[in-house]
Structure formats: structure tokens, C-alpha cells
Design a protein around this ligand. Structure first.
Ligand code: NAD
Length: 465
């Protein structure tokens, strides 16, 4: 589905009209193509006194082809023009009490207008639960207010995120050195958040814990050789997902209902994957799927539970069938499939489970009690399963899409649809590929220490914020 208003405003004449009338001005977002540089300009890298991550971050950026700059270099370029940056990255781990928060102002204030369109702001902190004192925990928690506000303030497609990096598992007794898995996942996370892959992700808090992670031989093919199952792959987000994962090197097993067989075959053929026609709610579905995966591949490295349905009615008007179907497709079938795949040892160490929730599961939505219940359940599944599977080296995460331009949202009445599209920091709906890229990052072998996260792909929607 196309957003005609955004196309109009992105034309020169349209922009002038929108500006004169004070209408929303959706920016053209920077989206990823293989081989793109990570950023459109250098990154300014700053750190609070005694920050423990700036050195690692500088190394990661340099290795990824980004030029890190020091704040001491000032605000003007060599030719006297104001210096522009592709990203501002700040290591705030050294902030140990509220008075230290002043260092944030000192870093960001002089450079607040220097970020290029679709640039990035990333603040790194220590998870408050791991802080040594209540004051340190308070200051680290405060970082969230800064990043979420920057996401709303900077505009022009600039995103802002907070990344909490564990102190656990370090090699030194004080825990200040990162373990190899945490460091690799910090790299995978920075590569995702800085790149155009994260175009529609903003205002998020990502937690990187201790865990094992494997860097790819080629960061342009971060899923090389991985066997990935995508449910609901015949169309919409699932079809985009199958294509993105295959582009990144995965062998994709694309699953959908038999009625969607033709569309599913087209997706599978396009990407050289295989198609499985199966209704996930059928009683024999988990065992049939397990047998297929065992027979064809001997394992499944990544399971993406994307299939989902809506059967909207206000609660008083909802028949029991609508309730049951939605809970079964969107939640219970995922649990049954996880159970069988795990019992049979088909998800190996280093495996990934990624669920698709929704901002309706966070904020609730009128007419969607069944859907929001199922999608909040997906978050519950992440919360309960991630700690249980950590010792097996399997990560569990979910994405929570906001307004994404698909058939599902095309059915929303016009005025509601316009409101849904514009009520976010990007003033536009996201694309299926934005959700797909985010799931891709969570699926990478390099992201193993990213577990237990629910990452919204919603352009920083006001709903559930
Ligand atoms: P879609 O309806 O276009 O695609 C869903 C796919 O799942 C379809 O191909 C369908 O055939 C398949 N499916 C449904 N029931 C199935 C079953 N029992 N067995 C196997 N396959 C089944 O939807 P979409 O917009 O691409 O959404 C994908 C996921 O993203 C869903 O979980 C949805 O709830 C979630 N989501 C979408 C949006 C959005 O704005 N589009 C927002 C939030 C969350």
C-alpha cells in the first residue's frame, strides 16, 4: 500500500505546501541496501568520565568503516562550515549519580543540530539492576528520558536509542571488560542501529547481556548458512522477511496455510527457499513441521513466529470463535511448536526464537481484546522463555510492529489509518522490510547476547509510549 501524502510531501512543491499549512512533513527514510556504508558521515564519539565502553565502540566503528571523531575537534569542519555527523554516540556508563547527568548536556547541546538526515543517536549505559549503588542506578535509568526525547525532537528521520550493556561476564575482576559474546553482540547491535536497517526503529531500549555470539565472516551476509523458519511467509511482513533473510545468506523454510500455496511457492522460488504448506493450528502441525525440518535440514537455527490474524470486535460483540482463533494462531500454536522443536533438540545451541508481537499488545486497542491479549502473551513468552533457554545458548526476543503498510492496515478506515500513520516520530507508516530487518538482526549468530528484548518497530509511535 502506498502513502500518497508522504510521496507528495517528499516532492519539492509538496514540501513547500505542507510547510506553509503546518502539515506533517514525513522525511524520506534512509533504508539499507547491501554494500551501503554504515553511516552517511562520521560519528562523533563521546564518553562520560570513566566510561567503560568508548574504547570498544571506537574500535567497532573503525572496523566497520565509520570515521570516529573526538568532541575536542570542535563544531566546525576544516573549511569553516559547521561539522555534520552521521551519528552521535555517547558512552554514559561512567555516570554514577544525578549530578553527573550534566555531562549529557555538555556533549549533546553543542552538536544537537549537527546530525545529518536519517542520522543516529546512540547512548550506552549500564543496566540499572546491575549498578553498584542506588544513585548510579537512578542516573542510568534517567538516560531513557534523554534518548526518547531526542527521538521526538531531532526529526528528519533521525533515530535515538539507549543500549544497556551488561557488566557481567567480563574478563577482569571488576567486570569492566566485556566478554567476547557481549562484545560481538555490541558490534551487531551498533551495526544494526547505525545502518539503514533500523530506519523505523526509534526511542528503544536494547539490553545486551552475557552470552555467546559468533561474528560472521562477512557482515554483508550475517546469516550465512543458517536454517531459518518463517511462518506466515506468503505475503506481507512474512514475505519481506523471507527475502531479507535469504539476502543475508539464510536458507529459508517458508510456511503458510495451504490456501496461500501459490503465493507461498512464489516467495520460496524467488529466494531459492523451500515452501511448507501447513495450518499451524492443526493438531498434527508441530510434529509434521518437526519431521520436515529434521528430514530436510536436521535442525532449525532460527524460528520466526510471524503468522498472525486479527478478528476484531468489541468484547461485548465478540463470539467465542473469534477469541479462540486469534489466541490459537497468535500465541498457543507458537508455544506448541517451540515445545516440540525444543524437545526434539532441533534448535541447536546458538539458536534463535523471534516472536512478532504488536504495539496493540503494549498499549491495548479498542476492538482488539483478543488480538492484544495474544500479542501481550508473545511478550510474556519472551520474558519467561529467554531466561530458561539462556543456558542452552538460545536467545528469545520479539519485535512489536506499529503501523506497517500492509493489507492488514489497508483495511483500517481512512481517518483512523491517517492518524495511525502520522502519530509517530517519523510521521509515516513503516514498511514490511523495516520489521524484517529488525527480526534479521535478532536472528544473527552475532546477536546471541541480545536476549529477552521486545523491540518496537513503530517509528516511536505515541501509542503505548
Ligand atoms: P498478513 O495477514 O498479511 O500475513 C499473515 C500471514 O500469516 C498470512 O500469509 C496468513 O496466511 C498466515 N497465517 C495466518 N494464519 C495461519 C495459520 N494458522 N497457519 C499458517 N499461516 C497462517 O499480516 P502482516 O501484516 O504481514 O502481519 C504479520 C505479523 O505481524 C502478524 O503476526 C501481525 O499480527 C503482526 N503485526 C502486523 C502489523 C501491521 O501493521 N501490519 C502491526 C503489528 C503486528
Amino acid at each position: 500500500m502506498t502513502d500518497r501524502y508522504a510521496s507528495f510531501v517528499q516532492s519539492g512543491a509538496g514540501r513547500a505546501v505542507a510547510k506553509r499549512l503546518g502539515l506533517p512533513d514525513p522525511p524520506r527514510l534512509r533504508r539499507y541496501s547491501p554494500g551501503d556504508p554504515l553511516l552517511p558521515g562520521p560519528a562523533l564519539v563521546g564518553a562520560a568520565e570513566d566510561g567503560r565502553l568508548a574504547e570498544s565502540v571506537t574500535k567497532i566503528l573503525t572496523f566497520a568503516g565509520v570515521e570516529p571523531r573526538d568532541p575536542a575537534a570542535g563544531t566546525t569542519a576544516a573549511d569553516g562550515t559547521p561539522q555534520r555527523y552521521g551519528a552521535l554516540v555517547y558512552d554514559a556508563t561512567g555516570i554514577t549519580d544525578s549530578t553527573g547527568l550534566r555531562q549529557l548536556y555538555d556533549f549533546f547541546h553543542p552538536h544537537a543540530r549537527s546530525v545529518l538526515p536519517s542520522g543516529r543517536v546512540i547512548v550506552l549505559g549500564t543496566p540499572p539492576a546491575e549498578c553498584s549503588t542506588p544513585r548510579e542506578a537512578t542516573a542510568q535509568r534517567a538516560l531513557e528520558g534523554l534518548t526518547r526525547s531526542i527521538g521526538k525532537e531531532f526529526g528528519r528521520g533521525v533515530t535515538a536509542q539507549l543500549v544497556y550493556v551488561t557488566r557481567d561476564g567480563g574478563d577482569r575482576p571488576d567486570g569492566d571488560d566485556l566478554s567476547a559474546g557481549t562484545l560481538t553482540s555490541l558490534e551487531s547491535t551498533l551495526r544494526f542501529l547505525l545502518s539503514g536497517r533500523s530506519a523505523y526503529v526509534s526511542g528503544q531500549v536494547v539490553r545486551i547481556g552475557a552470552g555467546t555470539a559468533a561474528a560472521p565472516a562477512d557482515w554483508n551476509r550475517p546469516l550465512d548458512g543458517q536454517v531459518v523458519l518463517v511462518t506466515g511467509a506468503a505475503r506481507g511482513i512474512g514475505a519481506a522477511l523471507a527475502k531479507v533473510l535469504a539476502r543475508d545468506g539464510a536458507q529459508v523454510v517458508a510456511l503458510d496455510v495451504p490456501a496461500a500455496g501459490d503465493a507461498l511457492a512464489a516467495v520460496a522460488n524467488e529466494i531459492g527457499g523451500t515452501a511448507v504448506q501447513l495450518d499451524l493450528t492443526a493438531p498434527e502441525a508441530p510434529t509434521r513441521l518437526a519431521e520436515h525440518l529434521a528430514g530436510r535440514h536436521g535442525r532449525v537455527d532460527v524460528v520466526v513466529h510471524n503468522a498472525g490474524i486479527t478478528r476484531d470486535r468489541t468484547l461485548g460483540r465478540m463470539d467465542a470463535d473469534r477469541w479462540d482463533q486469534v489466541i490459537d494462531v497468535n500465541l498457543s500454536s507458537q508455544e506448541r511448536i517451540n515445545d516440540v522443536l525444543l524437545e526434539r533438540g532441533l534448535i541447536p545451541a546458538g539458536g534463535r526464537i523471534v516472536g512478532v508481537s504488536s504495539i496493540a499488545g503494549i498499549a491495548g486497542n479498542r476492538g482488539q481484546t483478543n488480538y492484544a491479549t495474544s500479542k501481550a502473551g508473545v511478550i510474556g513468552l519472551v520474558d519467561s522463555l529467554a531466561p530458561a533457554l539462556r543456558e542452552h545458548g538460545i536467545s528469545v526476543n520479539a519485535v512489536a510492529p506499529g503501523f506497517i503498510e500492509t493489507r492488514l492496515t489497508a483495511r483500517i478506515p481512512l481517518m483512523l489509518r491517517e492518524a495511525g500513520r502520522r502519530m509517530n516520530s517519523m510521521a509515516q507508516g513503516g514498511l514490511p522490510v523495516d520489521v524484517a530487518e529488525t527480526i534479521g538482526w535478532l536472528a544473527w549468530p552475532a546477536s546471541g547476547a541480545v536476549s529477552g528484548n521486545v523491540v518496537r518497530v513503530c517509528g516511536q509511535s505515541l501509542l503505548g509510549a
